[in-house]
Design a protein around this ligand. Structure first.
Ligand SMILES: [Zn+2]
Ligand SMILES: [Zn+2]
Length: 274
């Protein structure tokens, strides 16, 4: 590894119905991969049946916390384990999410956008919806939602901030309004004080790229926005995946520090010596 290992803050459990592995297995995989810190961030409960099949139910939250706390204590001295959530930003659910965040001592909360209206744009089952959509509109709507998610001030990390590219759909060459929406998104993130996630998940998806695009990394670096790393592991085998590639991309843009969280307090860690 070219860089010092950094915390991997994005991983799931079978409670979301599309991941495998116990928290202990994620922790063991992290130790085996030479990581010293990870954080669990399973898909949070959401109100009103939103995306209900692919996330924890509210009545599973206590078990999730108990399992994570037990594992955190069992690995103390060997691995730092933080306890977080990946919550969705979906207009109308803010009060529910704010309550859920206030109800526990989270180390951090990731805010992600997976839906434009009722369209789960990153779900392979609704891929044909892309044929009915204008790609530029989808990007603009997506970046607007991510900007709104940051503006709520509820989130510590803005998750995989250009997930909209997952299947390789690209905005048009003259996509000035896409660029403007992207810029507004970054301004909102900067203002919120949240960290932007650099995620290796895109490397495992049709787009074959890190989230976010190098242009977004460059602009975020210019704005002084901090980054946090996440593999978005849905299996223990994915813990720490692509970490070096993500850190290389940040390094190319002059970034030398990565965010670490404890009880929602951010600290910046140097991941290299130069
Ligand atoms: Zn997931
Ligand atoms: Zn996600």
């Amino acid at each position: 590894m070219k860089f010092r290992p950094v915390p991997d803050y994005h991983m799931h459990t079978p409670r979301c119905n599309h991941a495998c592995g116990t928290i202990r297995e994620y922790a063991e995989a992290a130790v085996a991969a030479g990581l010293t810190e990870i954080g669990m961030s399973d898909h949070s409960p959401m109100p009103g049946g939103f995306d209900a099949a692919w996330r924890m139910h509210r009545n599973e939250l206590d078990d999730y916390l108990r399992e994570a706390e037990a594992c955190r204590d069992a690995f103390a001295g060997q691995l730092t384990l933080r306890i977080g959530l990946e919550a969705d930003y979906h207009p109308g659910s803010e009060a529910y999410v704010a309550d859920m965040i206030a109800a526990y001592d989270w180390d951090y909360v990731i805010g992600s956008v997976h839906y434009i209206g009722d369209w789960g744009f990153d779900n392979p089952d609704t891929l044909d919806e892309w044929d009915k959509r204008n790609i530029d509109d989808a990007y603009v709507d997506y970046f607007r939602l991510v900007a709104e998610s940051a503006a709520t001030g509820m989130f510590d990390i803005i998750g995989h901030p250009d997930l909209i590219k997952k299947f390789g759909h690209r905005p048009s060459e003259e996509g000035d309004r896409v660029l403007a929406a992207q810029q507004q998104m970054l301004a909102a993130v900067q203002q919120s004080g949240a960290a932007l996630e650099i995620s290796s998940a895109g490397l495992r998806k049709p787009v074959g790229e890190i989230y976010p695009h190098p242009d977004i990394v460059a602009e975020a670096a210019r704005l002084g926005i901090p980054f946090a790393y996440g593999s978005d592991a849905h299996s223990p085998t994915e813990v720490g995946h692509g970490m070096d590639a993500c850190l290389s991309l940040l390094h190319e843009h002059g970034i030398r520090h990565i965010a670490a969280f404890r009880q929602r307090q951010r600290q910046m860690l140097a991941f290299c010596n130069d």
